[in-house]
Design a protein around this ligand. Structure first.
Ligand code: HEM
Length: 456
């Protein structure tokens, strides 16, 4: 056999490609200025450049994933973890030992501890609280008065999360303080994450003082809740009891700091996301009265005219589709990030160890390649015979994989119930001074939605 006759073996792993670089970056800032100036438009256009693309953010190369299939592959792969500058600044403010920022065995253990409180069969136990809060929300409003949707949505979201997961009568008063603290913390946190001007945030300016006070109060409140539960000697079947009784890998009780950080790590994503989604639902009810009427008709057909109850939620198919469609067009979580822990690949593109990756559920969920009449509000696209046309992972508002939101059932139940309660009691109109433009922060929400409820 001559050397010439030996055929080179086909490589087992196909050659990986370098993701295309997106043009239009400027010196020093790269694409950063576009991302800051109009992040939603910027993220939505990236698919035109490729399935995986490279961006320059300042001196750093960041990878963006633009197709539903590859965002699913990213979320499901063990080659990527939660890490990076955004997460580090979050840890600095909210604590380093919570589930939302942990990785590896600690994250798996923490998920095992919290998961039972969110399982589908655990949700009915929260039904009466969700019901009470949904109706209390509409009963607080006087017909014709202007409602500030930001504070009202925050209030109901925090109250439901706190009362369901950290049960106890004392929560009623605490929930109010939590609302104020969380709303202020979220306002300041996004700025600190995207514009990390370290020392400037320490200056004794009114905005910094307000932020620091709210952050301190949030941590103090959580300490008070934990201490009071311990002092009461009660062990209701809830998330807080699960945390207080949890043990670590060695069978020892988990530390005080971890209990504290866990409560913070669950309350913070649990309030801002739900509150933002409720704001968009209120906006949708005001802007699409025909859909509001359909929701009302469905609810009345199911309830026969009595106040909607938690037990009705399962029968409210159309209302559920309205919630999903609203979350598609106006997702609370609009951007997610990961970091590669090893040299790896996505869709045949090379991703080096240490690379930061971003993707935008907002862009994915509005993509015309995935959705016919992509910008139209059409809840019927979620009917069984049409839903099959939607590509896998083109609608994963709670994500997939090991970081999937534990609260998907908990969230959908309360959002459907609240939408049903709102649409049966009122029609809504925007009032002068209302600003329903999209405000980009840690979540997406209307800037300052002001509505007038008109009794039906
Ligand atoms: C994680 C969305 C409500 C607690 C996540 C993630 C998404 C998400 C997309 C994954 C983040 C990632 O992949 O990096 C939402 C939406 C909600 C919602 C759209 C409501 C509309 C809630 C609520 C709670 C909650 C009510 C708790 C009361 C968490 C926690 C994590 C998480 C603890 C971190 C999970 C982990 O890293 O293992 N959420 N969420 N979320 N969510 Fe939610």
């Amino acid at each position: 056999m001559t050397v010439e006759s030996v055929k080179p073996e086909a490589p087992l792993v196909p050659e990986l490609r370098e993701p295309p670089r997106v043009g239009g970056g400027v010196p020093v800032l790269g694409h950063g200025w576009k991302l800051v100036r109009d992040p939603l438009a910027f993220m939505s256009r990236l698919r035109d450049h490729g399935d995986v693309v490279r961006l320059k953010l300042g001196p750093k190369t960041v990878y963006a994933v633009t197709t539903p299939a590859l965002t699913g592959a990213l979320a499901l792969s063990n080659d990527f973890i939660i890490a990076g500058p955004l997460w580090e600044s979050l840890e600095g403010l909210l604590g380093k030992e919570g589930v939302a920022t942990a990785n590896g065995p600690r994250h798996r253990r923490q998920r095992r501890i919290i998961q039972p409180a969110f399982r589908l069969d655990a949700i009915p136990a929260y039904g009466s609280i969700m019901e009470e809060e949904a109706h209390a929300l509409t009963e607080r409003w006087k017909p014709g008065e202007t409602i500030d949707c930001t504070s009202e949505s925050f209030r109901v979201a925090v109250r439901i999360a706190a009362r369901c997961l950290l049960r106890g009568d004392y929560m009623d008063e605490r929930a109010e303080r939590l609302c104020v603290a969380l709303a202020t913390v979220f306002r300041g946190m996004y700025r600190r994450m995207v514009v990390p001007l370290g020392p400037l945030y320490k200056l004794p300016l009114p905005a910094n003082r307000e932020f620091n006070r709210a952050l301190a109060d949030l941590h103090l409140l959580v300490d008070e809740i934990v201490a009071e539960r311990r002092a009461s000697g009660q062990k209701p079947d809830d998330l807080l009891t699960a945390l207080l009784e949890a043990t670590d890998e060695n069978g020892d009780p988990i530390g005080e700091q971890e209990i504290h950080d866990q409560v913070v790590a669950i309350l913070t994503p649990g309030s801002e996301t739900v509150a933002s989604t409720i704001m968009w639902l209120l906006h949708m009810l005001a802007e699409h009265p025909e859909h509001a009427d359909r929701v009302r008709d469905e609810v009345e057909a199911v309830t026969g005219g009595r106040p909607v109850a938690f037990a009705d939620v399962q029968g409210l198919r159309h209302t559920n589709n309205v919630v999903v469609e609203s979350m598609r067009l106006s997702p609370a979580v609009w951007i997610l990030t990961r970091r590669a822990v090893r040299d790896t690949e996505l869709g045949g593109y090379r991703i080096p160890a240490g690379a930061d990756i971003v993707y935008s559920p907002y862009a994915i969920q509005r993509d015309p390649k995935s959705y016919a009449r992509n910008l139209e509000f059409d809840p019927d696209r979620w009917l069984p015979d049409r839903v099959k046309d939607i590509p896998k992972h083109a609608m994963s508002p709670f994500s997939v994989g090991n970081r999937k939101c534990p609260s998907d059932h908990f969230s959908m139940a309360q959002l459907t119930l609240i939408t049903a309660a709102l649409a049966t009691k009122y029609r809504f109109e925007q009032v002068p001074g209302s600003n329903d433009g999209t405000r980009v922060g840690i979540t997406l929400r209307p800037h300052d939605l002001l509505l007038r409820p008109v009794p039906r």
